[in-house]
Ligand binder design. Structure first.
Ligand code: SAH
Ligand code: SF4
Ligand code: F3S
Length: 465
């Protein structure tokens, strides 16, 4: 029996996907894997064994693009010696660079933008038949979504091997309409188009049926979810707005333990959304609310549409709703024109906001964006130095917050079993802190009370209660 199964497996074509960038790319990779499984491909954990290798790429900073180019350089040799080895470049680099990329690397057979994922099987087949390079880029138009039938979305995305089934991602919105001046996303993912609530609910149910306990609803600007559907007359929303309505609906799914979402943009973050944290325990006690800068001058130049004070007001709404809510953010240092004074305002904001953790980046000019054309670019040495100062400040704060957890009882949802240590499970507390728990019994997917016993900057250690 076992031999037959192995033989059957070995006859299948093999696919491997390497995923960079944000969680939306993880969801897209899982979608691509589902599509190729329907074409009778099987997943292989090692890229060297794959007949089809998909690089799902990120374009957010220059470094992210460099990684793809050096990966393609490494693949050239295998491409030359193995004519049946197919390489597809998907994701945001494929969309942003388009056909130009084909000139930069001969290793690419297929280029696939994030708006064209459903075309992957066709492109693979056409490439194999014709040996001609295949390209599908571009976006759905806002008007297209209304015509999309429910059957088209979604084929149950299968988890990428190595990822667990406890926590899953779902893209509820494509694209972004904000055009923050530093950001390439509106150019790589097009305009905002929302997935219909019925489809989102169906997808969550499918995830639950395959063992998920937590889902994260994804979009670049989830607070504006559904406004396009309302405008088209496809959705009626309550006074709280379509995103809050959607969260309430999803939270009703009984076997779902936790419901998360990202990314929330502060400019259209509403009080009803903050208040939902008080009444809906499945949302947990954490929110990611990227601010980018503490300087009003820089925030305006970034087109973030809020001031520091308006941002802090949103944090007050959240802390009124859940006093011990944990808040994280994204920051950019060295945006064009950022003076030492501007930077100090960011530094002071980080102190005031009392973040649990922070993702800080040095500004990276992206071609096509407005800020890349600003004349007052900040020298790299200054960006690096400011980044180091900010990281030192937040590292100390994160450590202090984690140490303050010692002795407290928390609820952990266990996401995965350690591969390195025997009988050790990792999960997240309700405040979204990583927690490590040694246990002889299987904890995967369970939500259990734990006592925090130790902590460092990255994780808490706890015992089961
Ligand atoms: N939609 C999210 C951000 C998505 S991009 C939002 O509006 O908050 C994730 C993070 O990458 C951003 O929050 C920002 O901090 C960072 N980022 C985006 N473009 C960047 C650039 N050009 N240089 C440096 N960091 C950038
Ligand atoms: Fe980029 Fe701004 Fe859209 Fe976020 S909201 S994806 S930072 S343009
Ligand atoms: Fe990167 Fe595209 Fe996400 S640029 S951050 S993969 S939207």
């Amino acid at each position: 029996m076992e031999t037959t199964l192995t033989q059957e497996k070995n006859n299948k074509l093999k696919v491997h996907i390497e995923t960079w960038g944000c969680q939306m790319n993880v969801a897209d990779s899982e979608h691509m894997l589902s599509l190729m499984k329907l074409q009778d491909y099987q997943w292989v954990p090692n890229a060297d064994d794959a007949d089809l290798l998909i690089l799902n790429t990120c374009h957010i900073r220059e470094k992210a693009k460099h990684k793809v180019m050096s990966r393609l350089g490494l693949l050239r040799q295998r491409k030359e010696s193995d004519p049946n080895f197919v390489v597809a470049v998907a994701g945001c680099v494929a969309q942003a660079e388009g056909k130009k990329l084909l000139e930069q690397s001969s290793a690419i057979d297929i280029l696939l933008g994030p708006g064209k994922i459903k075309e992957l099987p066709r492109l693979v087949n056409e490439f194999k038949e014709s040996r001609k390079k295949q390209v599908a880029t571009g976006f759905a138009k806002k008007t297209d979504a209304a015509e999309e039938t429910e059957e088209e979305f979604p084929i149950t995305p299968v988890p990428l091997t190595g990822k667990n089934e406890v926590t899953r991602y779902i893209n509820i919105q494509q694209g972004c309409d904000n055009f923050c001046t530093f950001c390439v996303v509106p150019f790589t993912r097009g305009r905002e188009i929302s997935e219909k609530p019925a489809n989102v609910l169906k997808q969550v149910e499918q995830f639950i049926a395959t063992g998920a306990k937590e889902v994260t609803l994804l979009g670049q600007n989830v607070n504006s979810y559904g406004h396009d559907l309302v405008e088209k007359g496809l959705l009626t929303a309550s006074a709280d707005g379509p995103f809050v309505d959607l969260l309430k609906e999803v939270a009703k799914i009984e076997s779902l333990s936790r419901l998360r979402f990202t990314t929330s943009n502060p400019h259209d973050f509403t009080k009803p959304l903050a208040d939902l944290f008080r009444t809906e325990p499945k949302l947990g006690k954490h929110i990611h609310l990227p601010v980018q800068s503490g300087s009003d001058r820089i925030l305006a130049a970034m087109k973030r549409k809020v001031t520091q004070e308006e941002y802090l007001e949103r944090l007050r709404w959240l802390r009124d709703a859940v006093p011990d809510i944990s808040i994280s953010t994204d920051l950019i240092v060295g945006f064009p024109g950022e003076t030492e004074e501007d930077f100090e305002q960011t530094y002071e904001l980080v102190k005031k906001a009392e973040y649990s953790f922070v993702f800080s980046f040095a500004y990276s000019p992206r071609k096509g964006t407005a800020a890349a054309r600003f004349v007052d670019q900040v020298p790299l040495s200054v960006k690096t130095e400011r980044l180091a100062r900010l990281n030192a400040l937040q590292d100390a704060a994160t450590l202090a917050q984690n140490r303050a957890e010692i002795g407290k009882e928390r609820i952990a949802l266990f996401h995965y079993k350690s591969k390195k240590e025997e009988n050790v499970y990792y999960g997240k507390t309700e405040h979204f802190r990583l927690v490590r728990v040694p246990s002889g019994r299987d904890l995967l997917g369970m939500e259990l009370p734990v006592l925090i016993e130790d902590a460092n900057k990255t994780a808490l250690t706890a015992k089961l209660l």
